[in-house]
Design a protein around this ligand. Structure first.
Ligand SMILES: Nc1ncnc2c1ncn2[C@@H]1O[C@H](COP(=O)(O)OP(=O)(O)OP(=O)(O)O)[C@@H](O)[C@H]1O
Ligand SMILES: [Mg+2]
Length: 337
């Protein structure tokens, strides 16, 4: 068994002249939560569509759960669960009925099917609402139902396309909880897309930054941020200038910081990871009998990383406004059905 749940090799997808996905390669380990972070139109959904066998790549190869997405699509589909960007549950059916139909499609039957429906409803905390038509669900309930449905046949790999799109902050946090729980309790590998930086940062073990169909950077949120040169720690000290200088020199020669600058009673250290350096700085200060009056640090955000690698801002606000409009249009179209 391959150590990777997903491997993409030079994936390309063209729509006429438009190159929506441009030579994308990555490996995702089993049990990992991997995020595709990019703005509207970056190529996130197109990449997912190729991995879940909805679209054929123009070029390149991909393996999911060990199977080739082009040559063994049926095998791939047996191993995966998918939550699409736009909700696909039938609004006129109840939560229970939606899960029932999905189970039938996956060949579940009888008591086994009923048990899995009950489990799915419980996981999504929707048992109380199982007989309510989905059109009366809130946005968060709907998204939870979609996730629970994708899990009914115990997939090895779960694809989530913008799992929290258009939801309020509390509901988003709740969905993050579900995703973490899944990885912990079911050891499912999760591939998700998002254009929310906080989501990528809080949830993902590793993130690929994608723009105009290309992966611009890939790594853990911490690695990506430190690739920009790391964190800054500002220490306000009291003590003789000479002692402060000796202390700062020692911090650098002990490889705790990369460099420092003294400005008045403040020492600014440039470090790789602030969280690792701070306790060591306190220790050394103690040895030099220097009192630390105040300490603070700044960390580059994934937004800074995005700006660095793409030369553009992620335009989060514009994105969320667009999402809202899109969510409303989809909701209206469904209401008319
Ligand atoms: N079926 C299609 N036919 C033609 N062009 C398409 C098709 N699907 C996507 N595209 C184009 O490919 C590009 C990438 O689209 P994609 O939906 O993958 O982006 P995305 O990153 O998922 O964006 P969003 O955040 O808006 O969901 C866009 O320019 C889009 O207009
Ligand atoms: Mg998309």
């Amino acid at each position: 068994m391959s150590e990777f749940a997903i491997s993409a090799r030079n994936l390309v997808k063209k729509f006429g002249d438009l190159v929506a996905v441009n030579d994308v390669s990555f490996d995702i380990k089993r049990g990992e939560i991997f995020g595709f972070l990019g703005p509207n139109g970056a190529g996130k959904t197109t990449t997912i569509n190729m991995l879940v066998t909805v679209m054929k790549p123009t070029k390149g190869q991909a393996f999911v759960a060990g199977y080739d997405v082009v040559r063994e699509p049926v095998r791939v589909r047996e191993k995966i669960g998918v939550v699409f960007q736009d909700n696909t549950a039938d609004r006129n059916l109840t939560g229970w009925e939606n899960l029932y139909i999905h189970g039938l499609i996956y060949g579940l039957k009888g008591n086994e099917l009923k048990r899995r429906i009950e489990d799915a409803l419980e996981f999504a905390e929707l048992t109380k609402f199982k007989d309510v038509p989905v059109k009366n669900y809130s946005g968060g309930m709907m998204r939870r139902l979609e996730i629970a449905r994708a899990l009914m046949h115990s997939p090895e790999v779960l694809f989530l396309d913008e799992p929290t799109i258009g939801l309020d902050p509390q509901t988003r946090a709740k969905i993050w909880e579900y995703i973490r729980m899944l990885r912990k309790e079911e050891s499912v590998t999760i591939f998700m897309t998002t254009h929310y930086m906080d989501e990528a940062e809080k949830l993902c073990d590793r993130v690929a930054i994608i723009d105009h169909g290309r992966i611009m950077a890939i790594g853990s949120p911490d690695e990506l941020k430190s690739s920009l040169g790391g964190d800054m720690i500002y220490v306000k000290v009291s003590g003789y200038v000479d002692t402060v200088r000796k202390f700062a020199d020692e911090v650098v020669s002990e490889n705790i910081a990369l460099s420092y600058k003294i400005v008045g009673d403040m020492v600014a250290f440039s470090v790789k990871y602030a969280s690792k350096a701070i306790p060591l700085i306190f220790e050394l200060a103690n040895m030099f009998s220097i009192r630390i009056e105040e300490i603070k640090y700044t960390q580059p955000s994934l937004g800074d990383v995005f700006l660095h690698y793409t030369g553009r801002e992620l335009r989060d606000e514009e994105g969320s406004w667009k999402d809202m409009m899109r969510a409303r249009m989809v909701a209206r179209a469904r209401m008319r059905r």
